[in-house]
Design a protein around this ligand. Structure first.
Ligand code: PXG
Length: 445
């Protein structure tokens, strides 16, 4: 075997040893006893190392919005690797991040016309928080140092992200985190909004929680508020109707920046970005490159960007960046991804298919242990009742059963089964996803 053949074999066969790889966000010992291993992927399907076709109900991990192994993206990465494998972007450059930033600006909400590149959602979040702090300092309001997140929020795993985040297990093991952070209440309210279709009808008043924090801390100390328009990781928590608009109004009233973390919701997942509300900063990653090469991007308004562009011309305006900011392979993947989205009209798909998706997921109501169903765009969640004394175990069993017995990939987060399929899916895939999910739920006691 040549080394290339050997790599192809190693990438598709179950590994001989599993000890050395410390897996992220995984029950390592449980996984390694009965691994779930993927060897290849095309379109809507993965193929497992034991040769089964697995229907991808989650776009990988909320990132493969155009499906898998799309020829244009594959070719762009291959060609770019052979042309320019790496080039620095610190006091140097190469053409692609400039081209990509212009393309992104053209599809961003109005006014968000500057782009800072990162390599992940976590880095995008840290970048946006740092920009927010430095922005206020640049305009002489350096006392605005407080950051406001929200309960149940997920903003990645950097210290900034877990500090403003609100998922207990992502925080409690890691010490005191950033000082000067506070949290809004979350918007999940099954008692009032259970089995609602689309955005919840009740809960706009939860935005007033920001006024409460302003009363407590004084607006002059608050730099920014960060929220996910829809949070995925916490089990698909939707914004009540009018909530995001109200947050925007309160931020404007008090000179507080509003950051939308669109790492999951960006790039077509919910159709149009931002629910008609324009934030000051947007964090993205995942769908930006269809998951094919790690990349994130922070979109900043002209107001924010321009506040930095003062002082001597030779002064570095923002002391921040990553070795791989604007990496050539990531840029090539992102440009080919944007072409694919555009050519195939994928940003419209969540709107076109949203109604069919909604009917299909809500047809699961009445199955054993289903206590709520939530949906928006091409996102869905089915919440199962927790087993007495063992929260999360029913969700995990359903997820594991879906993979092994139904050839379906879903996500479980606690007892919530979350879905975010590639946007290339057709009605027949939707039928298949929910047939298999229904069988899974029936079989999971
Ligand atoms: N912000 C949001 C809103 C996210 O959903 C991140 C930041 C962090 O991105 P990186 O690229 O650093 O992982 C995320 C990531 C899940 C799940 O199961 C969700 C994410 C990651 C892994 C699993 O829902 N979101």
């Amino acid at each position: 075997m040549t080394p290339a053949d050997d790599l192809a074999h190693q990438a598709t066969a179950a590994p001989e040893h599993t000890d050395a790889f410390w897996m992220p966000f995984t029950a390592n010992r449980q996984f390694k006893k009965t691994p779930r291993l993927l060897a290849s992927a095309e379109g809507m399907y993965y193929r497992s190392t034991d040769g089964r076709e697995i229907l991808d109900g989650t776009g990988g991990l909320w990132c493969c919005n155009a499906g898998h192994a799309r020829p244009r993206i594959v070719k762009a990465i291959q060609e770019q690797a052979a042309t320019l494998d790496f080039a620095p972007t610190f006091q140097m450059g190469h053409p692609l991040p400039f081209v990509l930033a212009e393309r992104l600006k053209a599809i961003a909400p109005d006014g968000l016309d500057h782009v800072f590149f990162t390599n992940s959602g976590s880095e995008s979040v840290d970048t946006a928080l740092k920009i927010a702090l430095a922005y206020h300092r640049a305009r002489g309001e350096g006392q605005r140092t407080r950051l406001i997140g929200r309960e149940k929020g997920y903003h990645g795993v950097g210290f900034g992200g877990i500090s403003v985040g609100g998922m207990v297990n992502n925080r409690k093991f890691f010490g005191a985190m950033l000082p000067g952070v506070d949290h809004l209440r979350h918007t999940l309210d099954i008692a009032r909004n259970g089995f609602n279709r689309g955005l919840p009808k009740h809960g706009i008043e939860l935005a007033e929680d920001l006024e409460r924090l302003v009363q407590l801390h004084d607006a002059s100390t608050i730099a920014a508020v960060i929220v996910e328009p829809i949070s995925g990781s916490a089990g698909v928590v939707l914004p009540p109707e009018g909530y995001l608009k109200r947050l925007r109004e309160i931020c404007d009233k008090h000179g507080i920046l509003l950051i939308f973390d669109e790492v999951i919701t960006g790039f077509g997942r919910v159709g149009k970005a931002c629910f008609g509300v324009t934030p000051d900063l947007i964090t993205t990653a995942k769908g930006l490159t269809n998951g094919a090469v790690p990349m994130g991007a922070v979109f900043a308004s002209g107001k924010i960007h321009d506040a930095f562009m003062h002082g001597p011309e030779g002064a570095i305006e923002l002391f921040h960046g990553y070795t791989y900011s604007g990496h050539p392979l990531a840029c090539a993947a992102a440009l080919a991804t944007l072409d694919t989205y555009q050519e195939e009209g994928l940003f419209e798909k969540a709107i076109e298919l949203g109604g069919y998706w909604e009917d299909a997921i809500h047809a699961l109501k009445g199955l054993p242990n289903v206590i709520d169903i939530r949906n928006y765009g091409l996102i869905g969640a089915v919440e199962l009742a927790a087993r007495e004394g063992a929260p999360g175990s029913r969700g995990y069993d359903a997820f594991n059963r879906a993979f092994h017995d139904q050839n379906l990939m879903v996500r479980c987060t606690g007892d919530v089964l979350a879905l975010s399929p590639p946007l290339i899916l057709q009605k027949e895939h939707i039928d298949r996803i929910f047939d298999r999910l229904a069988a899974t739920i029936r079989a999971t006691a």
